[in-house]
Write a new protein. Sequence first.
Length: 99
Amino acid sequence: MTDHNDKICSPTGEEDTLLTFPCEFPIKVMGKNNEQFEMDVFTVVKMHVDNLAENAIKTRPSGKGNYISITVTITAHSKQQIDNIYLGLNACESVLMCL
């Protein structure tokens, strides 16, 4: 049975989602371990998330410390919000990868 909030890919190829909003959604971003990368990630996320919880951001350096992964857990309110965050992060030169 399909819930009214569940969506399926349409015949036109538009992507929909099975997420039910609002929901907790982790965004993992990787880049070089420097202040610019961390500032870029924070700036993009804050553009799309009004109330970011204090414990929403977790960082983890690579083994040699050259790279860092940042996981930001947001309360997502729509697929469009998530898409906009990923588009913004992927547009940053300091971002190497988003998951």
